[in-house]
Design a protein around this ligand. Structure first.
Ligand code: C2E
Ligand code: MG
Ligand code: MG
Length: 399
């Protein structure tokens, strides 16, 4: 669709707000076709008589039918327009309305806080007009079957790839997250979404994790010998936290490559710490006592707060890429990221923002005072053979 045909409707019961919004939108997106409505009922009437617009800006607090009720009607009509909530309601209300939209399966593009600023409208227009980025490697792949994962393990089809983690204070490279890939004989490159679940289901995840870690430690040993000062982050499936011997096994493996334990960050997802049982707490605490670092992965994907997580011995929080990407367009979500950052600082925890894909993302987290970042904007995960030359390039250009 050409952007010139983009229909944007806005509904607000205040004539002044409508006037300001129309003016700003007209300036920032002169080709959009703008239509204003003074009530939800007017908008629904128009919706019955014409095709749904690409974009609807909705005020929450309206006399008569309020914005929440309008959302319910839009959901009942399976409206697939992109929605923007535009409101002076407190941030926590906007966040909860965001959850409601997800529950109603409406497409919420973002929120704009009132009073509306030029910046908020410019961000919105840029977001709507920019082509959606596609991920470099994300084919939808069916999960590997039991015989396929067994063969992949026996024939060494799994291998680690490395994604840089950058310290935002001075642009220096802190290390890499180790992610796993499978080179399948007929399916080609298979992403972890298609095999981690299978490995867990068939009780093979521990074997795979140690194989992958061993390859990564061998690579790290080489890089340290070349004079690079790097740390590695590895993902631990929750199942590994059910084996009380995990700390000893990890220590043995690192000892055999003479890698100090402090060079390893162990990432555990937020959800796998929910209702943490005694065994997991035992393991997590012994890992920290030995010097390993612990990170909470995918923070922002469930409802836990940092206050609750501080009862666990983590020193790093990784903000989920979805949470970061939403924050770029959703002022309420951005406020939530900022308050997480403030809380993390108070708790003396390090924050890594994942999924930084653009300069706008980099600037947002940099300005918010985030410690580290990771994402395609810096580099996609790469194979071991590319790491040294990538490090040299990074140091030459950015450090
Ligand atoms: P994760 O630990 O949260 O890893 C980050 C994921 O985000 C990776 O996906 C990475 O490629 C992707 N990513 C990085 N930068 C960007 C970006 O700018 N934009 C977007 N959209 N995505 C980005 P990947 O490699 O497909 O891994 C997916 C998940 O699979 C990982 O999420 C992790 O939970 C799991 N995983 C990967 N390798 C292993 C492993 O060896 N063991 C275990 N247990 N889990 C693993
Ligand atoms: Mg991770
Ligand atoms: Mg993550």
């Amino acid at each position: 669709m050409r952007q010139a045909e983009l229909q944007c409707w806005l509904v607000d019961d205040s004539p002044t707000v409508r006037q300001v919004l129309l003016h700003l939108l007209h300036e920032q997106a002169p080709t959009w076709q703008l239509h204003e409505f003074a009530s939800g009922a007017d908008l629904l009437r128009q919706l019955s008589n014409s095709r749904a617009p690409e974009l609807i800006l909705i005020d929450l607090n309206m006399a008569g039918m309020d914005g929440i009720e309008l959302l319910r009607h839009l959901a009942a009509r399976s409206c697939n327009s992109q929605l923007v909530i535009c409101s002076g309601a407190p941030v926590r209300v906007l966040q909860s309305v965001g959850e409601l939209c997800r529950a109603l399966q409406l497409k919420l593009l973002g929120t704009i806080l009132k009073p509306v600023t030029i910046q908020a409208v410019t961000d919105l227009v840029r977001l709507v007009e920019q082509p959606q980025r596609t991920e470099p490697h994300k084919p939808v792949t069916a999960p590997l079957q039991v015989h396929e994962v067994l063969r992949a393990l026996q024939q060494h089809q799994f291998y680690p790839v490395y994604q840089p983690i950058i310290d935002l204070r001075n642009n220096s490279l802190r290390g890499f997250e180790v992610l796993s890939r499978c080179s399948h004989p007929s399916r080609g490159l298979v992403p972890p979404d298609a095999f981690i679940g299978s490995l867990e289901k068939y009780g093979l995840i521990q074997l795979h994790t140690f194989d992958n870690l061993e390859m990564a430690l061998r690579d790290l040993q080489g890089w340290l010998e070349q004079g690079l000062d790097l740390e590695l982050s590895v993902n631990l499936s929750p199942q590994l936290l059910d084996d009380l011997t995990l700390p000893e096994q990890l220590c043995q493996l690192l000892d055999s490559y003479q890698i100090p334990y402090t060079r390893l960050h162990l990432e555990v997802t937020e959800s796998s710490c929910a209702g943490t049982v005694a065994t997991r707490l035992d393991i997590l605490n012994r890992l920290v006592l030995r010097g390993f670092h612990l990170s909470i992965d995918d923070f922002g994907t469930s409802f836990s707060s940092l206050e609750r997580l501080q009862e666990l011995p983590f020193d790093t929080v990784k903000l989920d890429k979805g949470y970061i990407q939403r924050a770029l367009t959703d002022e309420a979500c951005r406020a939530s990221v900022e308050s997480t950052l403030m809380m993390a600082r108070r708790l003396d925890m390090r924050i890594v923002a994942e999924g930084i894909e653009t300069l706008a993302g980099w600037n947002m987290i940099h300005n918010a005072g985030c410690d580290m970042c990771q994402g395609y904007y810096v580099a996609a995960p790469m194979q071991a053979a590319q790491v040294l030359s990538w490090c040299q390039q990074w140091q030459q250009h950015y450090h």
